[in-house]
Design a protein around this ligand. Structure first.
Ligand code: ADP
Ligand code: MG
Ligand code: MG
Length: 931
């Protein structure tokens, strides 16, 4: 009887929980919808079986069994073992073989498989069920002695390493030793007698290393292997991977027990992996590699150099055509690019795995766009498939073409994961991790990588390996975490001992700069300059973002201080400027001198003017200060007007939010200690009291001292400064409005919005508004022209958010300054926190995330939500946006969408990312409302 469902009822009687799901013979108890329970691999095996694809029979032990195993103190939960034995019985029926049967042995693989595919993170044991007796049966059955001994030695090696904890190197050494003795170059050169010798050596290694004999009872082997898979869920490398990818630790892994099929039974056998489309470019071609007469992970490990999947067409045309047909079916079935694992046993094809393939950013975008064109998925589905990180990656730097030509290229390997990476060479993952922690840019250089190198790869700018193909560990992981990777640089001789790498006399040692081009596979010595990726050339990306524009509700504006930045952001799709920081214009070249001049006398001049208005006459010194101040301001006004003109021109027809001066004045003055040292030095060397340099330095010192604050972050900055020195407000108002008037005269369409920073009390705003409006009136009267402008404020002080209703009476728009709002809500000074304790906080889980990167929805989010509600209640239709860095963070964008902001504003290169994130937020929000 081969109906797998018949036994289901028996099992249901025995235990309340269902721990085992069988598949085989065209029917499976599970299906693709059961990823939570069966893991990705198990669900895929079930689904492929149901689709009548050739899958060897087997069964899946659920993720729940894994969790119950740990809950029970690392004991198999009640009923599980009985279910397993029953399922084995089932497989025996299907295959006509017996588990432990010496005449016709059933061998299985034991494979882990969590809900999310974690390449290389957990270990698979092949050929389980072998011992001296079943080996004889296998040899008799296949008539292939060499094959039998090879299978056995692989089994002892894997089981010994993975299940019994014997170091893999011991086995490698023993194998190399026999190869050397026999003059064999490759594993395949060893004959049966040699392999038998290897087996004996391996058994001895197990005995001495594990302190026990290798288990010969297949049931004990299975029991131990299942527990080992469970245990690997909490192994360090799996744990690290989950941490990095933010995967929950309580999902557990399933265990798949699958009848072995043998790719190493001769030249009509083989094993391979293939993607249904090119995972680097997204091109619609079968992409993969295979090896004849090989088993299991030979392809992935890079021990022998595999053949291109294309070569199968010539060597095994029937199999190739069958495979192409299956690949197409699976892709259409799952409606996504698939990553397939297969084995050919004596001319018969078996499918061992299907899953959505990992891909580069470029491939993700191209595949999504193509699949819409092919009618496989909808535009909305395409948008959901692109990650904001993908868009980000596509806009990342590339090597400057000119310097690439002159650079010293030392070698090239496989272009395994695209992008440009520059860093110091490091030959060890731990060291790479440490150096990166200290802020160094590093490139991890390894002969080949293993899962133990993951933390080093994640911390590095890029990865370079000497061995391994396009599906090697290094390549797969690098693509997935978006790091450039050059793999299989066979000419590179890496010496871990001297921490150096050589090619034809050239090379580099640890700490030296190297540059990798993962797009071409080239490796350079030195640090190559990089250039921006060209958005204009990426047609598929643009197409997707246009779909995103149709799906989103939030507008995307940009933070730009210069016309060039504004123009770039506009090309990226920005719909306005949400933040133009006027003081950034103060810092350049000769301007700084003018600004300093103004600051030196600002307070004196302001007070003098006040006295003059009150009717007092001024001293000659005060008169001079006023004159000097006004002159400096007049120069600044001219310069600013020119800047604003340029920005209005670049953003013609779109809103431009200009923020009045924000930072504390001392930021424009020289460092206190330096001036003090200079003055003291001059005095010590007996400088003349009227020495002009000395007089000047004394004046600077006095100004610096007068402006020194204990806590500049909480001191005289933002509108507080403007209210102390109203001429600053007036000057900037004139510059903005005159620039707008000039644009209008030149036929432009400027939309100025003047923004007041750091308002905590409504009176700060109302007072500023009086000053500003009076000045604006004068400018317009003088010009004989009216210009529309908006007057609004930032909400970035908690008190401002709490009293947003009162503030909205005087503001036509709000813009959340979430950087300051986060600082003040948490009571952190950002610079001190990020340079100090904050990262430790995140590491130790005291904070879930850095709140300056992703908005703290729980706390700071409440202030935002409250201010939106109060603002809208007081002034319906008030324009509300965000201009903090959170405006470019996808998770924060989802929140801003939810609370109903009108726009997010972010740095120019984040604009495309924000367009996608805003669309995803809108689609997600709509999906939740439909539930
Ligand atoms: P991973 O999760 O690392 O991909 P798998 O469980 O897929 O691990 O196993 C790795 C490889 O082992 C597979 O790609 C396949 O080549 C081989 N393998 C696993 N199970 C079997 C089997 N039953 N018969 C033959 N080869 C197998
Ligand atoms: Mg594995
Ligand atoms: Mg696999």
């Amino acid at each position: 009887m081969t109906d797998v469902t018949a036994t289901a009822t028996d099992r249901a009687h025995r235990a309340a929980k269902r721990y085992v799901y069988a598949f085989g013979g065209g029917r499976a108890e599970g299906d693709a919808s059961m990823r939570d329970t069966l893991g990705g691999k198990g669900a895929g095996l079930a689904e492929m079986t149901n689709a009548s694809l050739p899958v060897p029979p087997g069964f899946t032990i659920t993720t729940e069994a894994c969790n119950d195993y740990f809950a029970a103190g690392e004991r198999l939960p009640d009923g599980l073992w009985e279910d397993v034995l029953e399922a084995i019985g089932h497989v025996e029926q299907q295959t006509g073989k017996g588990f432990g049967d010496a005449s016709s042995p059933l061998l299985v693989s034991v494979r882990s498989g969590a809900k999310f595919s974690m390449p290389g993170m957990m270990d698979t044991v092949l050929n389980l069920g072998l011992n001296e007796e079943t080996l004889n049966g296998l040899v008799a059955l296949t008539g292939n002695e060499r094959f039998g001994w090879d299978a056995y030695r692989r089994f002892i090696q894997m089981f010994g390493r993975i299940v019994m904890g014997v170091s893999g190197e011991k086995f490698d050494e023993a194998l190399d030793h026999v190869k050397e003795q026999r003059g064999a170059k490759q594993d395949t050169d060893l004959d049966a007698a040699a392999l038998r010798q290897v087996v004996e050596a391996f058994l001895e290694i197990v005995r001495s290393e594990a302190g026990r004999d290798f288990p010969s009872d297949p049931r004990e082997q299975l029991d131990l292997a299942i527990k080992a898979v469970f245990a690997s869920w909490f192994g360090k490398r799996a744990h690290d991977y989950r941490e990095y990818n933010k995967i929950a630790h309580d999902l557990g892994t399933a265990v798949n027990v699958v009848t072995m099929v043998f790719g190493n039974m001769g030249d009509d056998s083989g094993t391979g992996v293939a993607f249904t489309r090119d995972p680097n470019t997204g091109e619609k071609v079968l992409y993969g590699e295979y090896l004849t007469n090989a088993q299991g992970e030979d392809v992935v490990a890079g021990i022998r150099t595999p053949l291109h999947i294309r070569d199968m067409l010539e060597r095994m045309p029937d199999i190739y055509n069958q495979f192409v047909e299956i690949a197409g079916r699976l892709e259409r079935h799952y409606r996504d690019m698939q990553d397939l694992e297969f084995t050919i046993e004596r001319g018969r094809l078996y499918m061992l795995q299907t899953r959505s393939g990992k891909r580069t950013a470029a491939a993700a975008v191209r595949i999504a766009a193509d699949m819409v064109d092919e009618g496989i998925i909808t535009e909305r589905e395409a948008l959901a498939r692109i990650e904001p990180a993908h868009v980000d990656q596509l806009l990342r730097d590339q090597f400057d073409p000119a310097s690439r030509v002159q650079a010293q290229k030392i070698t090239a390997g496989l272009n395994a994961s695209p992008g440009a990476a520059v860093g110091k060479a490091v030959f060890n993952a731990d060291r790479a991790f440490e150096m990166a922690q200290q802020g160094e840019k590093v490139i991890l250089v390894r002969i080949e990588t293993s899962p133990d190198d993951f933390h080093g790869m994640a911390a590095a700018q890029g990865v370079l390996t000497a061995r391994g193909g396009a599906t090697s560990h290094a390549a797969v992981v690098a693509r997935q975490i978006g790091k450039p990777c050059v793999a299989g640089c066979a000419s590179l001789v890496i010496d871990y001992g001297t921490r150096s790498a050589r090619v034809n006399g050239l090379g580099f040692s640890e700490g030296e700069w190297i540059s990798l081009d993962g797009t071409t596979g080239e490796v350079f010595v030195g640090a190559l300059p990089t250039t921006q990726a060209r958005f204009e050339d990426q047609a598929e990306l643009q197409k997707l973002l246009e779909w995103a524009d149709r799906a989103r509700r939030l507008q995307v504006w940009t933070n730009a201080d210069k016309p060039e930045e504004a123009a770039m952001a506009r090309r990226y799709g920005a719909q306005g400027i949400g933040l133009c920081r006027t003081e950034h214009m103060f810092r350049e070249g000769e301007r700084l001198d003018i600004v300093r001049d103004a600051i030196l006398v600002a307070f004196q001049a302001t007070r003098a003017k006040e006295r003059r208005e009150a009717g007092d006459s001024l001293s000659a010194e005060d008169e001079a200060a006023v004159g000097r101040f006004d002159e400096a301001l007049a120069k600044l006004e001219k310069l600013q007007e020119g800047d604003f003109y340029g920005i209005f021109e670049a953003m013609d027809g779109l809103p431009v939010v200009v923020r009045l001066i924000d930072p504390p004045l001392h930021e424009f003055l020289p460092n206190h200690a330096e001036v003090l040292v200079e003055v003291t030095r001059m005095e010590a060397t007996g400088v003349a009291a009227d020495d002009p340099h000395y007089v000047e330095q004394r004046e600077v010192l006095r100004a610096v001292e007068a402006l020194r604050e204990q806590n500049p972050m909480l001191g005289l900055r933002g509108i507080r400064l403007g209210l102390m020195i109203p001429d600053l407000i007036k000057m900037q108002t004139r510059a903005i409005l005159n620039a707008a008037i000039a644009r209008r005269r030149d036929g432009g369409d400027p939309h100025a919005e003047i923004m007041i920073p750091l308002v905590g009390h409504v009176n700060e705003l109302s007072r500023t508004r009086e000053i500003l409006e009076a000045e604006a009136r004068q400018v317009q009267d003088a010009a004989g022209m009216e210009v529309d402008y908006k007057f609004g404020t930032m909400i970035e002080v908690p008190r401002g958010a709490l009293t947003a209703d009162a503030i909205a009476e005087h503001a036509e728009f709000f813009s959340f300054g979430t950087n300051d709002l986060t600082q003040m809500a948490f009571g952190y000074s950002r610079d001190d926190a990020e340079g100090g304790f904050l990262l430790t906080y995140v590491e130790r889980g005291i904070l879930p995330e850095n709140p300056f990167q992703s908005l703290d929805v729980e706390g700071v989010g409440q202030l935002v939500r409250m201010a939106v509600e109060k603002g809208r209640a007081a002034r319906p239709g008030i324009e509300i946006g965000v201009c903090g860095e959170h405006g470019g963070d996808p998770a924060s964008i989802a929140f801003f969408n939810e609370v109903g902001l009108d726009y997010v504003s972010c740095s120019p290169f984040r604009v495309p990312v924000a367009r996608l994130a805003a669309a995803q937020a809108a689609l997600q929000g709509a999906a939740e409302r439909d539930k």
